[in-house]
Write a protein that binds this ligand. Structure first.
Ligand SMILES: [Fe+2]
Length: 389
């Protein structure tokens, strides 16, 4: 919990209160809302629910309810700002550590406490909000990270080409098992029958996507601007850096990803296919953890392929799948329906694999992310699939 908080505060350290309160986009909350919401979620679960204590600010919690308050309205709410906000983060943390002194994580009687579930939930929640905050930070001109780590250089022998690898299919086990932390929507583990398929060995690169833009007249991804010389610059955080042709394309919508796949004579993988192809991928050898401030070049982690030989399955960019976000057979909402259940249906598309902007311990091959098909501010790219003959 301390590590998560240190990194959250590090992320906002370069920003003024004015920047924390500013609305940069109607689809993203001001950063001050996210910070208050992180503390309020901690207060709700660790202090009020587990510790049975009263909240510090009475009814304040309802302004931090993500379902009650759509992002476009969050700046009008009487949320905490400035020093009040900083004290709230600190005071809640003090109280949750006091409560932690007295809890029994071993009895297994309370499913929230068994194995420390609610503490894992809290950390994952903070980690996921810092990714959302990074979406907004991409829009802040002149943002300078406190810490930035260059990903490894690609192995020149690894190649960045569009070749595909075969996944045999058959009976495949998917989803998270009963042990350890996972979200309700990843459970239960179950089997599916998959026909053999081919999947791109690597995510679609900027080079390939630029061809699609030029030949099919598709829109350029978010944060691309023409460099006046036939190529592109990347403009996130107000920078103007030449676009690296060998990095995975990022900030494309599901509609754009789907159109690219069809233009390439392929299709998006289903999320089942994606997870089968990702088996064996290692989150410790992947561009994750929010410090690269962009994807690594394809081949940077060529020595860490999944069992089928695919690379960069985890990290760099979230990968759009063709699948709607639906419940697995036997799904049970835990600990609350608003985490996943209210989003099930044909409105959201599933993304897999995690991006550079995701914290490492959030990402695993069973992790399911979901978003609206028109969204491009998220750290999303793609890889294509095709039926095997
Ligand atoms: Fe949240």
């Amino acid at each position: 919990m301390e590590e998560a908080r240190r990194r959250t505060l590090q992320l906002v350290a370069p920003l003024t209160d004015e920047e924390l309160n500013r609305v940069y986009s109607p689809i993203l909350s001001p950063l001050a809302w996210d910070l208050g919401h992180i503390a309020n979620f901690e207060e709700l679960w660790l202090v009020q629910t587990i510790g049975d204590r009263e909240p510090l600010h009475g009814e304040l919690g309802r302004f931090y309810d993500a379902i009650e308050n759509p992002r476009a309205t969050r700046n009008e709410l009487p949320i905490l700002r400035g020093d009040e906000l900083r004290s709230y983060l600190e005071e809640v943390r003090e109280r949750s550590l006091e409560v932690l002194e007295g809890v029994d994580l071993t009895s297994g009687e309370d499913p929230l406490l068994a194995g420390g579930f609610v503490y894992e939930l809290l950390i994952a929640h903070e980690h996921q909000h810092t990714e959302t905050m990074l979406q907004l930070i991409q829009m802040i001109d002149g943002y300078e990270p406190v810490e930035e780590v260059e990903p490894p250089a690609p192995d020149p022998a690894a190649g960045t080409g569009p070749e595909m690898v075969l996944v045999e299919g058959g009976t495949v086990e998917l989803g998270a098992g009963p042990e350890g932390f996972a979200y309700d929507n990843e459970r239960p583990r179950h089997t599916v029958e998959l026909r053999p398929f081919l999947i791109d060995r690597a995510p679609v690169t900027n080079r390939a996507y630029a061809e699609f833009v030029a030949e099919a007249g598709a829109d350029a991804p978010m944060y691309w601007e023409p460099d006046g010389d036939g190529w592109w610059v990347r403009t996130a955080m107000g920078r103007r850096e030449p676009l690296d042709p060998d990095e995975p394309v990022i900030h494309v919508s599901w509609h754009e990803a789907d159109a690219f796949a069809r233009w390439a004579g392929k299709r998006l993988p289903t999320e089942q296919e994606w997870e089968a192809a990702a088996a064996g991928a290692d989150a410790d050898r992947a561009n994750l953890d929010q410090l690269a401030f962009g994807p690594s070049r394809v081949g940077a982690y060529a020595d860490a392929p999944s069992h089928c030989g695919a690379i960069h399955m985890l990290g760099d960019v979230w990968e759009w799948t063709s699948s709607d976000f639906l419940a697995y057979p036997g799904f049970r909402a835990f600990p609350y329906p608003e985490y996943s259940e209210v989003f099930f249906g044909d409105t959201y598309k599933v993304l897999r694999g995690g991006a550079w902007a995701a914290r490492r311990n959030v990402v695993r091959t069973t992790f399911r992310n979901w978003d609206l098909p028109q969204r491009r501010q998220i750290f999303a790219g793609l890889r294509c699939a095709r039926d095997a003959e």
